[in-house]
Design a binder for this molecule. Structure first.
Ligand code: SIN
Length: 419
């Protein structure tokens, strides 16, 4: 049965590749889509007894993805649309194979339509979706480092100019694992920048000065003289911006002999594990996110705090750059279509409510979203580059190395407006 399913799914993929290459006029786009789907297909091969539960989960994903794709104003082959297409296609293949495994056949002609996000799937029950995480790729290997999120990625040299299809696999690994680690990298600031630029526009930090010769790179330094560390509370990067960072790449140049780890938490799981009642209550809430939140720091500005406690971090004035923004508390990931809790240290209060009214629920959600079972703890080594998706994670840099030095190079890539 597994062999038959595999053969059928391969034939489906070939047909979809031809269709997408013809419609989009680009074999690269077809390759990227099929790569993404193939990764999911490997999971199928490993699960010959694909059951109703998986088909139902994928149908829910397909529903959400197709809804977003259909309501998207973009008609071009933009990245989010591509992501939805990949999901719909994967979902359709899974559904088809599931149907085959139950002795029914489906219409092969429906698959290319599904690939364009036009599939109509019945709205099935709302079950938590801990999406499957890939373990097989063509150009890289991933090894999970925790149950909730995080994977080591092997087979990639970030000093090289990576081909598009390798980058597509890194994207798939990021979307599946949320936080990916590349160990033993030897890269210059320029090479880190080259890699970051492949993901989009660089997001300059409005409050922090970049390196003199590479303003896009923020040098994070903590020495034994510094009492505090940069990023030492749960947060997601630049949440105070109207278009917060999609991803962050942090490269370790010098790390303490022990300590200085960074924790990450999976915000899909944080959302999915809430009760239906809580999900309904928070569905339309918006948060006001503030970049320089003196209220939370005894009235002190960033410049005052950093000057006293993190002397090596260079603060700057944001000028006209917007540093307070309103965002949905529950956001939809533009590439996976999954919902995630979007909360962190920059949240001041709910839009339209006072601080006091907002505080109890914000406190609960912050505590809930960082439950130990949603987290991973990254142990750094010199040469580790960690790339995380800020759209579905929070992170926390642990300040537990008072007598040692830690030096990192950080680049953030601009994201889109959360919805
Ligand atoms: C950050 O919040 O971007 C810094 C994380 C770290 O230094 O581990």
């Amino acid at each position: 049965m597994a062999h038959r399913l595999a053969a059928q799914a391969r034939a489906d993929l070939d047909e979809i590749w031809t269709y997408i290459a013809r419609e989009s006029g680009s074999e690269t786009i077809a390759d990227r889509l099929i790569n993404s789907v193939t990764n999911r297909f490997h999971l199928l091969s490993n699960h010959p007894h694909l059951g109703r539960a998986r088909a139902r989960k994928t149908s829910v994903v397909a529903c959400e993805a197709s809804r977003l794709a259909r309501t998207s104003s973009s008609t071009g082959w933009q990245a989010p649309t591509f992501g939805f297409c990949a999901l719909c296609t994967a979902a359709a293949i899974w559904s088809r194979c599931s149907a085959v495994s139950r002795g029914r056949t489906t219409n092969l002609g429906a698959l290319p339509i599904a690939a364009f996000g036009r599939i109509i799937v019945p709205n099935l029950e709302n079950s938590p979706m801990n999406a499957p995480r890939n373990t097989q790729y063509r150009y890289l290997e991933t090894h999970k480092i925790a149950g909730a999120l995080g994977a080591d990625v092997e087979g990639i040299d970030l000093s090289q100019d990576l081909p598009d299809d390798v980058l597509a696999e890194i994207r798939a690994a990021l979307l599946d694992n949320l936080v990916i680690l590349f160990r033993n990298q030897k890269i210059t600031p320029q090479q880190q920048l080259n890699f970051a630029r492949r993901w989009g526009e660089i997001h300059l930090h409005p409050f922090m000065q970049g390196m003199a010769d590479h303003p896009e790179i923020l040098e994070i330094i903590k020495t034994p003289q510094d009492k505090k560390n940069f990023g030492g509370s749960w947060h997601t990067d630049q949440m105070f911006s109207p278009q917060p960072a999609m991803g962050t790449m942090l490269y370790a140049l010098e790390v303490p002999s022990a300590g200085g780890d960074t924790m990450f938490t999976n915000q899909y799981l944080a959302y999915e594990s809430l009760s239906d009642g809580m999900k309904a209550m928070i569905a339309d809430l918006k948060t006001v996110c503030v970049g320089d939140n003196g209220k939370q720091h005894g009235g002190q500005s960033r410049a005052q705090r950093y000057d006293r406690q993190m002397a090596h971090m260079k603060v700057k004035e944001p000028g006209n750059v917007q540093t307070t923004s309103v965002h949905p508390l529950v956001r939809t990931h533009p590439e996976t279509g999954r919902k995630a809790l979007y909360i962190g240290g920059h949240v001041q209060h709910f839009d339209g409510m006072t601080d006091e009214e907002s505080e109890p629920l914000i406190a609960f959600l912050k505590q809930h979203s960082t439950r130990p079972e949603f987290t991973v703890r990254v142990r750094w080594e010199t040469g580790t580059l960690t790339f995380w998706d800020n759209r579905c994670t929070q992170h926390f840099a642990i300040n537990d190395y008072p007598a040692e030095t830690r030096i990192m190079h950080r680049i953030t890539v601009r994201g889109d407006t959360p919805f």
